[in-house]
Ligand binder design. Structure first.
Ligand code: SUG
Length: 446
């Protein structure tokens, strides 16, 4: 039976803006208060989805969230009409308003941790939404993410939806961005690698920036998903890399099948981590493509998001791999040279395709941040909400929809505009029809 890996990309929402909300994320801090272009952002994401679909890869879509989220602002004490709530929030607590307006759910690598059915003891696909508890704007995503995933993957015979872990720093969980699966083939049992920044008391911690994921959270995820302990590897991220802006492991490492592309400085205990991966991966040999500082420094990796490329296997490449990279990689000669060297060497990498994802990149989100990987058998694929798959017609419909509903410029001072609230609700209401999601959003319940 054919088992495929699907990418579910997050559609960028109509309030995409640069508010400098993410501590430890260099791009978010650098671009704070710059004007954003939500329409360009959603179209850039859609172009990547369409290109992968055209290569014969299953491409899914996850909806953006309701933003501005008025229920959050009301729960924090702002009251009156919707316009009153927005006005008060802007005046009294602009940071709270920015959090309630963030389009950060676009980075669906942080939506959840997903384990394929072949790895789980009950032979179902397991989802645990990330609690994202390190940052307020991200923690606000969890509830809607949980609801959305249940509507996209509805059938309990195939899909198990866990509650997010308790949202407390000791159990910080950032989802698939810190989770990599290595395997011989998507359909064969894989090794699930969970990477954390904050471990036991005797493990070092970053000094400048928060470690968003904890070891305790990784252990809980492995238990919930009923993974085989022999094929589960926990590893600490290098705390020095976190302090250089590697806030998620997917900024410094990416895996596909038996290949791991990473920086030499990715892991705290490099030798031990690689040894454990090699031991756990019994059905095939680990193919390690590692770059060190001489070729690409950690700072260059953070600027270019080289390791946040997607590694995919389009059917035409017969098992070899395509690197889906951000345009920022081509703009940096050392990074581009490293890619060319890898392509010329003897390894499964066959091609590179570059995408302009600048709107997302300016908030620290590259190609791999924008997608949640879900490995599906054929019956599981058929059990997915059919309207959430991208095809040519749906792509055209979504481009049309974005052009009709999205602004091409947004600044922090626009976030309290009641017209933005109305426009966003109208856009999302229409989107729930396009994606067959029913009344997903709070505003649709009146
Ligand atoms: O959590 N940026 C996101 C970027 C997430 C990237 N995801 C992965 N690496 N998988 C974050 O830091 C910036 C929002 C702002 O500043 O307006 C932000 O949240």
């Amino acid at each position: 039976m054919k088992t495929l890996e699907a990418n579910f990309d997050g559609l960028v929402g109509p309030t995409h803006n640069y508010a400098g909300l993410a501590l430890g994320n260099v791009a978010s801090a650098r671009n704070a208060a710059q004007p954003s272009n939500p329409r360009e952002a959603v179209l850039q994401g859609l172009a990547k989805m369409k290109a992968l679909h055209d290569l014969g890869l299953p491409q899914g879509i996850l909806p953006p969230q309701e933003r501005p989220h008025l229920p959050t602002l009301r729960a924090l004490g702002f009251h009156g009409s919707d316009a009153d709530v927005l006005r008060q929030a802007q005046r009294q607590a602009p940071g709270l308003l920015a959090a309630a307006c963030s389009a950060s759910s676009m980075w669906t690598a942080n939506a959840a941790t997903v384990s394929p059915s072949v790895d789980c003891a009950d032979a179902r696909v397991h989802f645990t939404p990330a609690n994202l508890c390190t940052h307020l704007h991200r923690a606000l995503e969890t509830q809607q993410t949980t609801a959305a995933l249940k509507r996209v993957f509805p059938d309990p015979r195939h899909f198990v939806h866990h509650a997010p872990l308790p949202a407390t720093p000791a159990l910080g969980d950032e989802g698939a961005a810190n989770h990599t699966r290595l395997c011989a083939d998507y359909g064969s049992p894989g090794v699930e690698l969970f990477v954390y920044g904050r471990g036991n008391d005797d493990e070092p911690s970053p000094k400048a920036y928060p470690a968003r994921q904890t070891r305790a959270a990784c252990e809980a995820l492995a238990r919930l998903h009923r993974l085989d302990r022999q094929r589960t590897v926990l590893a600490q991220q290098n705390p020095q890399a976190i302090d250089l802006g590697v806030f998620h492991n997917d900024v410094i490492a990416v895996g596909n099948r038996n290949l791991l592309l990473c920086h030499h400085a990715a892991f705290g205990d490099r030798t031990g981590t690689l040894a454990r991966l090699r031991q756990a991966l019994t059905a095939s040999e680990l193919q390690l493509l590692e770059l060190d500082d001489d070729e690409v420094t950690v700072a260059e990796a953070v600027e270019s998001y080289l390791f946040n490329s997607q590694l995919v296997c389009p059917p035409a490449l017969n098992g070899r791999m395509l690197l889906v990279a951000a345009g920022e990689c081509r703009e940096r000669p050392r990074v581009w040279n490293a890619i060319q060297r890898l392509l010329a060497a003897d390894n499964p990498l066959a091609e590179v395709r570059v995408f302009d994802l600048r709107q997302s990149m300016r908030n620290g989100g590259g190609p791999a941040c924008l997608r949640l990987r879900v490995v599906l058998t054929e019956p599981e694929r058929r059990a997915v909400n059919p309207a959430c798959w991208l095809d040519h017609a749906r792509y055209l419909e979504l481009v049309n929809w974005a052009q009709r509903h999205y602004r091409d410029r947004l600044l922090a001072q626009d976030l309290n505009d009641p017209q933005l609230l109305d426009d966003s609700r109208r856009a999302l209401d229409r989107l729930t029809q396009i994606l067959g999601l029913g009344n997903l959003y709070d505003f649709q319940h009146g």
